[in-house]
Design a protein around this ligand. Structure first.
Ligand code: NAD
Ligand code: DAU
Length: 357
């Protein structure tokens, strides 16, 4: 049965993938997105003439706008993807993260709860507020530590992860206090098409193509668990449909890699796709580490696998190769996101880092 979904942050990397999948399933989607530097209307260009996709530019912290959207479209669910999402930016400007991730989510929750409380009983029971969160709220692991489960205590280390932890706690509290039917998902690192090139994979890929240094933080031994964005969004849809109200679900790719392995793999794929007499891997440059850099993340996603029957469709090897090909085939998208603001960011984040080798 098609649903009406209010998707916040739907012009970003993961939100846009979810919106496109939801439209393929036949759901009607209202996208609310502030269009920050990371929000990109090009990500939803294919929906420009779609009568069942409504795009609204605005802030999740704008109570009047959110109330109006709820009254106008009466969604069956609200999915909150909107966030400031980049750890390095949170180190340089923590307050922007508190504003959107904590205060914005709080306002969104309050307005949604007030509207939801007046719904007829059957609609009240079927409504869902799904909050998209991250594995970073659990802190950092060492080699050999067991992976994060849904009951691992929160121990965030960056302003980004602390602000996401704050939002998760608020979502849970609105369930306990007001009975709002919530769901939370905590996912590992995503990769795939349309990721803004401030994040590791697209940054390295585009730098390599331009013959620029590939700035690996520290020794490159930090470990992340990688999941294709389409697998993440399919998991979110499953949690929305079948997840138990009030519960959180970990989502991960069973694909732990060191950063150096990831960068070397990108270089190897590029060598195949765009052969160069110079080895792309020679561009790897070890630079000053990220302060408070979490060593390792690993996700135990046995709960969503067992309870909801989810499993990822993409392997990291083929998913990464497809991603490299997507960036090579979408030069216009790439050029459009490399605005002056993007170049300013590169200068701000990388010019003060010392090269170690
Ligand atoms: P992104 O930065 O690509 O997109 C965020 C989107 O939110 C942008 O379109 C932006 O314009 C919008 N936005 C920001 N502030 C807003 C506000 N105040 N009101 C309305 N819209 C606003 O981020 P992403 O990588 O797509 O991440 C989406 C969500 O998934 C985030 O909540 C993030 O914490 C979470 N997450 C990301 C990953 C990952 O690897 N990227 C992994 C797990 C969880
Ligand atoms: O784990 C989920 C999280 O993954 C999400 O919640 C975040 O929104 C998302 O940005 C991502 O966070 P990370 O900090 O892990 O992603 P990022 O791509 O910034 O960095 C991945 C790893 O690569 C990390 O160990 C830092 C390292 N890195 C990153 C950049 C940008 C480098 O070595 N060099 C770089 O230039």
């Amino acid at each position: 049965m098609p649903k009406t979904l209010l998707v916040t942050g739907g012009a970003g990397f993961i939100g846009s993938c979810f919106v496109l999948q939801a439209r393929q399933r036949g759901d009607r989607v209202i996208t609310l997105d502030k269009l920050t530097y990371a929000g990109n209307p090009d990500n939803l260009a294919s929906q420009a003439h779609d009568p069942d996709h409504i795009f609204v530019q605005g802030d999740i912290g704008n109570a009047e706008l959110v109330r109006w959207l709820l009254l106008r479209y009466a969604p069956d669910a609200v999915l909150n993807f909107a966030a400031e999402s980049h750890v390095d930016r949170s180190i340089l400007d923590p307050e922007a993260f508190v504003r959107t991730n904590v205060l914005g989510t709080s306002t969104l929750l309050r307005v949604v709860t007030n509207w939801w409380a007046d719904l007829p009983e059957s609609r009240k029971a079927s409504f869902r507020f799904l909050h998209v969160s991250t594995d970073e709220v659990f802190g950092a692991l060492q080699p050999g530590d067991p992976a994060f489960t849904e009951t691992t205590p929160y121990s965030p280390n960056s302003p980004y992860s602390a602000s996401k932890a704050g939002s998760d706690h608020l979502v849970r509290a609105f369930h306990e206090t007001y009975g709002l039917p919530i769901l939370i998902t905590n996912c590992s690192n995503n990769y795939g098409p349309r990721q803004f090139p401030e994040k590791l994979i697209p940054l390295m890929l585009l730098n390599a193509l331009e013959g620029k240094p590939l700035p690996v933080y520290g020794s490159g031994s930090n470990i992340r668990d990688w999941l294709h964005v389409e697998d993440h969004c399919a998991a979110i849809a499953l949690v929305l449909e079948k997840g138990r109200v009030g519960e959180s679900y970990n989502i991960g790719g069973h694909s732990e890699r060191t950063n150096l392995e990831v960068v070397r793999t990108i270089c190897a794929f590029l060598q195949e796709e765009v052969p160069s007499s110079r080895q792309y891997a020679d561009l790897i440059s070890f630079v000053t580490d990220r302060p408070g850099h979490d060593f390792r993340y690993a996700i135990d996603c046995s709960k969503i696998e067992r309870e909801l029957g989810w499993k990822p469709a993409h392997s990291f090897a083929t998913g990464l190769q497809d991603t490299v090909r997507w960036y090579l085939a979408n030069g216009r998208w790439v050029e459009n996101v490399r605005s002056g603001a993007y170049r300013e960011w590169l200068d701000r984040n990388y010019s003060s880092r010392t090269t170690m080798g």
